[in-house]
Write a protein that binds this ligand. Sequence first.
Ligand code: NDP
Ligand code: 2IT
Length: 443
Amino acid sequence: MGYVEEVYAKVVEKNPSQPEFHQAVKEVLETLKPAIEANEELYRKEAILERLVEPDRQIMFRVPWVDDKGQIQVNRGFRVQFNNSIGPYKGGLRLHPSVNIGIIKFLGFEQIFKNSLTGLPIGGGKGGSDFDPKGKSDREVMAFCKSFITELYKYIGADEDVPAGDIGTGAREIGYMFGQYKRITGLYEGVLTGKGLSYGGSLARTEATGYGLLYLTEEMLKCNGKDIAGKTVVVSGAGNVAIYAIQKAQQLGAKPVTCSDSTGWIYDPEGIDVELLKEIKEVKRARLTEYAAARKSAEYHEGKGVWTIKCDIALPCATQNELDIEDAKTLVANGCFAVAEGANMPTTLEATKYLQENGVLFAPGKAANAGGVATSALEMSQNSERLSWTFEEVDNKLKGIMVNIFHNIDDASRKYGKEGDYVTGANIAGFEKVVDAMLAQGV
Ligand code: NDP
Ligand code: 2IT
């Protein structure tokens, strides 16, 4: 067995019942093979892969809180601090009933390479809880967030570990968490990103993941002789990433025609009305049925279905494994020529392979959605210097970072004879910097 196969087999054996973590590790390790084989003796001796796949620490804790009926509820909280070789742990907090340690580990593992690709000094981590914010009152969300931080505060800090938003965690949740951290520690520091603008947040952080996704997609198309203007785009999700991906796609002259949430999806052939979508999702926290009710051109369908709509470009922006092999076949049959992942690992391994083999330009999430965490790192910089930059300043930096990421992953793919395989390019480019730092710092 080769080094990669040995380490992967151990990961599966030592981490049973964590299929998403296995999937993330498998994709990374398999594509790293050319870079690993070039240095196999050193990497084996240094146990580089064994060290990469084992988090620095995994924190799990009870989160008790009182609901509006006076009933005590108990959730489970997580923070996985995966690797801090190139900077403090950095990564979001996911609040969703599906959250378990395996999901947080897959997200934390991906975050190591994503954060490295940004070129900024941030290590990899991720956290969250199986708490479901849906249908909860503001007071219940606050009670949960304060209890969550009452335990987590011990492990985080501006130079230690800086959490942020992810599914189910937006500005409201970050505000409650920041308030509790400040109250317990007495510190007014950049311990969380995605903060409100009145207390240390960065302009353009809200837009950053979706905007960054489009900046990278635009550059990938340009370098492959294609133009984004005039193209039909299908988007999944209707949350933070999807909304600002739709907005930036429109600004670049493309036409996004779908969005979705966990109950159904919208097809709006005249193009998604992003202001209406924002009102329904960001203000009312309502379902997509309201979008169809308010807009004549839109159709609402129950269940899953955005990938059945004919498109040029597909942007999965909801959750992991939402685009499978059947969806990939439908996209290819319908003439889709580019897929860029706004979500983390939304495409199954089988679907990714099929898309790449059929000539679809494929931008993996750790490169394509890195604009969110990159702008979080810019928020950290602003907090450290106690200044705020303008929207244009942050947005320009974001654009530069995304264009740079595309060229780095493109160059890495060529360096190992895998031209156009941006999955391999992203994994190798992200890995090289982290390994260099790990080797330099010793065991
Ligand atoms: P939000 O909570 O704002 O939105 C998530 C969207 O996806 C919602 O429309 C939600 O529908 C839908 N969704 C979530 N889970 C499921 C599911 N199991 N099945 C079907 N639909 C689902 O999260 P974000 O937009 O922030 O995150 C979306 C993705 O992007 C995630 O993979 C996240 O890890 C990734 N990401 C986020 C970044 C950020 O800065 N926020 C940065 C980089 C990546 P519903 O509301 O009905 O649950
Ligand atoms: O998956 C991600 O990169 C995020 N949820 C954003 C993390 C961050 O620290 O901004």
